[in-house]
Structures are given as structure tokens and as C-alpha cells.
Design a protein around this ligand. Structure first.
Ligand code: FAD
Length: 403
């Protein structure tokens, strides 16, 4: 076990693995600690993502399954979008995360599974490393100049450093990973409405070889509903939603939380940086954070390596990462969060009207919206060709996020 490194990464999810790779590539010595005994397991995510990002992030195509059709279903309406060239995909989560771990190792990072980060070590407000506990239960101090909190929704280290106060609003999900031999593998289905998922949505996402993730997510504390209760009801009513689950059986069961209160105001401090869920970087629109965590990890790792080289790990230096992230993604993430807060309160009747509006979008426009590309030229094009969208609240959303 290393007793001193330049950068400690706490958490071996997509954000932490990408941060470790980037920091090591930049010349820093890096240790990444993951409390579970396997990278990518147990799975706490559905693995839905977008092909363009997977390509840009260098994730090999055999690790994800492209879907050609997206069906959006509200209580009495359906909007269906078909893509000649697929844009969305379902990934093999475990193998993708292990691929990211291999890349971090190749870059020179040291990966320690079954090792928890217990606490930050601090001296006069500056992070000096972390206390860890290995798989034998042995506790030890590891010194570092930077700690990256990639521990997910709890954000324990960012909180301990006083950078933020913790997340308050969460998407809570329950999901079966099914072997479903008759499910249409070309189609992802998103379902909304009070009977299926109060304040949230349900999904069916194929990821290849007849495996389908079927789940329900709700927002706490917007509702106190338990997604597990709704999940079995969804399985029983699958046919009603056009999903063929004849012969399907669960192979895995997943539960998880995702922060849904939007991007944190601050996610760096003296010698500490947050990436992914800990920093509130997922898109709150769909509760989608894997590619965002990887992008953030990459950006944070690069700045961490620059800071080590410059011999300056102060909050001022590390704020380069915060500024870069906010400049690139802040506006879209703020709009996504604002939209999510509004639609979480929609009635069934309002969802039907919303779905009717969606059905007027082209597949391309719908795809851009799903991807949280909410402020590009397409949005204005969509508003121009469908002025009715302004009545749905788009004008108010843009006003509230200062645009
Ligand atoms: C039900 C559900 C479905 C979802 N579906 C999708 C989807 O389809 N597509 C999508 O893009 N996103 C989805 N998300 C969100 C996505 O999973 C997260 O945004 C993403 O995993 C964030 O990555 P991360 O690296 O920040 O955190 P995580 O993936 O949460 O990784 C954090 C890691 O840190 C480890 N850890 C925690 N504490 C410690 C500690 N003290 N010491 C050491 N290790 C620690 C954890 O074990 C974990 O491995 C979903 C989330 C949920 C809950």
C-alpha cells in the first residue's frame, strides 16, 4: 500500500476512474480507493447513454447496445421517435467501468478495491490526505496533496471539507435487470404518470443479448412513494405499455440514489475536488450522470495534474476546473434542473399535453432534448417551428435561469 501520493481518488465509479486516468496521464502519482470489492459491482445504475459521447470518450462499441426507437408514453398519449442512425444506447455497466479501470491502470494509477476512504486528513483548513480502511479492516493514513471526492451522492468528503452541505433532493430508483427474450431490442421506452411513477418516470432499456433494464425512479422528497412498489406493478402491466415481457425473468435487482438538486455552487476547496454525483453534475432532466461523471473526472484529473506540476493545490488554482465545468455545462444543467423541478409536479393531464407537444419535435430535436442539449440552435429552431412550446413554460424556464 502506498503511504504517499500526489492525488487520492475516493470512489471507483465512472467519475473517479476517469479522474484517476487523467491525473496519472498528466504525470501525477494516483491511488484510487473503491469500497466495494469489485469495480462496477454491485450495479446501481441503468447504463443508458449516448453513442456520440461514448465514441468521444473512447468507450469501445462492443460495450454498449444501440437503440433505434424511443417511445415516450404518458397516461393517454404516446410520442414515438425512430432514428436511422441511433443516438442512444444501453451499456454493459460492469464491463464499461472495468474498462475505465484498465485505462486508469495503463495510465499509471494504482487501484485498490475493497478499500474505503473513512475521512479526510486536514491541517489548518487544507487537505493533507485521507484515512483509509483496507479489506482486512486495517486503518491507515495516506498523505496526498489533492483528494478527489468521487464517492457519489453522499459527497461525504466535500461535506467534511466544508465545500458544500450535502444534497437534499434525490432520484430514488428500483430496477430489474431482466433476461427478456421477446422484448424489442431496438426500443427504449420511457413512461410517465401517477400510476407508474409519481414525480418521476419508468424505463425499459435493452443493452444487448436479450438483457433489459426495467426500472422506476421517483423524486424524494417531492413524493414519499417507494419505487419498489411501482416496479412490480409495471412488470404486471408491461403489455399495456407495448412491452413484450413474455418469458422474462430477473437476473439482477438494483436500487440506487442520484442527487437531483442540480449542480453544486462550489465543488472545489483547498486540496479537494468533487466529480460526478458528489458535485451534483448529473443531468437532473432524466437522472442521467454516467457520461457527465466521466467528462468531469477527465477535466478534474487534468487540472489536478496541472496543480501538482505548478506546486499549487489551493482552492484558487483548483477553481480552474470549477470555472471550466460551469462555462461548458452550467447553463444546460441549470435548465435541466429547472425543467425537472417543474415536471416532477405535473398531473397526468399535464403530462398528456406535454407528450402531445413532444410529438411535434423531430427525432433529432427530441434526441437533443434527451441529451440535455437544451440551449443550442435546435431549441430556438424548435420554438420557432412550434411557437406553442412557449406556452408550455419554456419562456419562464429560460427567464428563471437568466437567459
Ligand atoms: C436507479 C438509477 C438509474 C440510473 N440510470 C442512469 C442511466 O441510465 N444513465 C446514466 O447516465 N446515469 C444513470 N444514473 C445515474 C448514474 O448512475 C450516476 O450519475 C453515476 O453513476 C455517477 O457516477 P459517480 O462516479 O459520480 O458516482 P458512483 O457511480 O455512485 O460511484 C461512486 C463510487 O464510490 C464508491 N464509494 C462511495 N463511498 C466510498 C468511500 N467512502 N470510499 C471508497 N469508495 C467509496 C462507491 O462504492 C461507488 O463505486 C442512474 C442512477 C440511479 C440511482
Amino acid at each position: 500500500m502506498l503511504s504517499e501520493v500526489d492525488v487520492i481518488v475516493a470512489g471507483g465509479g465512472p467519475g473517479g476512474l476517469a479522474a484517476a486516468e487523467a491525473a496519472a496521464r498528466g504525470g501525477a502519482t494516483v491511488a484510487i480507493f473503491e469500497k466495494n470489492s469489485e469495480i462496477g459491482s454491485p450495479t446501481r445504475t441503468s447504463g443508458g447513454s449516448f453513442i456520440r459521447d461514448m465514441e468521444e470518450l473512447g468507450i469501445p462499441a462492443h460495450l454498449y447496445h444501440a437503440v433505434k426507437i424511443c417511445r415516450f408514453v404518458s397516461p393517454n398519449r404516446t410520442a414515438r421517435f425512430e432514428y436511422d442512425e441511433p443516438i442512444a444506447c444501453g451499456m454493459d455497466v460492469r464491463r464499461t467501468y472495468q474498462f475505465l479501470a484498465q485505462r486508469a491502470i495503463l495510465a499509471g494509477a494504482h487501484v485498490f478495491p475493497a478499500t474505503s476512504v473513512l475521512d479526510l486528513s486536514m491541517d489548518s483548513g487544507r487537505t493533507t490526505g485521507a484515512k483509509i480502511k483496507n479489506f482486512r479492516g486495517k486503518e491507515m493514513d495516506v498523505r496526498s496533496r489533492i483528494v478527489i471526492d468521487a464517492t457519489g451522492y453522499r459527497a461525504g468528503l466535500l461535506r467534511q471539507a466544508g465545500v458544500m452541505n450535502g444534497h437534499q433532493r434525490f432520484g430514488v430508483g428500483a430496477e430489474y435487470d431482466l433476461y427478456a427474450p421477446n422484448y424489442n431490442e431496438e426500443e427504449v421506452v420511457l413512461i410517465v404518470g401517477s400510476v407508474v411513477a409519481p414525480s418521476g418516470y419508468a424505463w425499459a432499456l435493452p443493452y444487448g443479448n436479450h438483457r433489459v433494464r426495467l426500472g422506476v425512479g421517483v423524486i424524494h422528497a417531492d413524493t414519499s412513494a417507494n419505487p419498489e412498489d411501482y416496479l412490480n406493478r409495471l412488470v404486471e402491466n408491461a403489455e399495456r405499455f407495448g412491452m413484450d415481457l413474455r418469458g422474462a425473468q430477473p437476473v439482477e435487482y438494483h436500487t440506487g440514489l442520484i442527487p437531483s438538486d442540480g449542480l453544486c455552487d462550489r465543488f472545489v476547496g483547498n486540496g479537494i475536488m468533487g466529480v460526478g454525483d458528489s458535485a451534483g453534475q448529473p443531468s437532473a432532466l432524466l437522472g442521467e450522470g454516467i457520461r457527465w461523471a466521466i467528462w468531469a473526472g477527465k477535466m478534474a484529473g487534468e487540472v489536478a495534474a496541472e496543480a501538482i506540476q505548478a506546486g499549487d493545490c489551493s482552492a484558487d488554482f483548483l477553481a480552474r476546473y470549477e470555472k471550466r465545468w460551469k462555462a461548458k455545462h452550467g447553463p444546460n444543467l441549470r435548465v435541466a434542473s429547472e425543467i425537472n423541478r417543474r415536471i416532477a409536479r405535473w398531473s397526468d393531464e399535464r403530462w398528456d399535453r406535454g407528450t402531445e407537444t413532444l410529438s411535434r419535435l423531430t427525432p433529432y430535436q427530441f434526441g437533443q432534448a434527451l441529451k440535455t442539449e437544451l440551449l443550442g440552435g435546435w431549441a430556438f429552431q424548435a420554438l420557432w417551428s412550434n411557437p406553442g412550446l412557449l406556452k408550455t413554460g419554456a419562456r419562464e424556464i429560460l427567464r428563471r435561469v437568466g437567459l
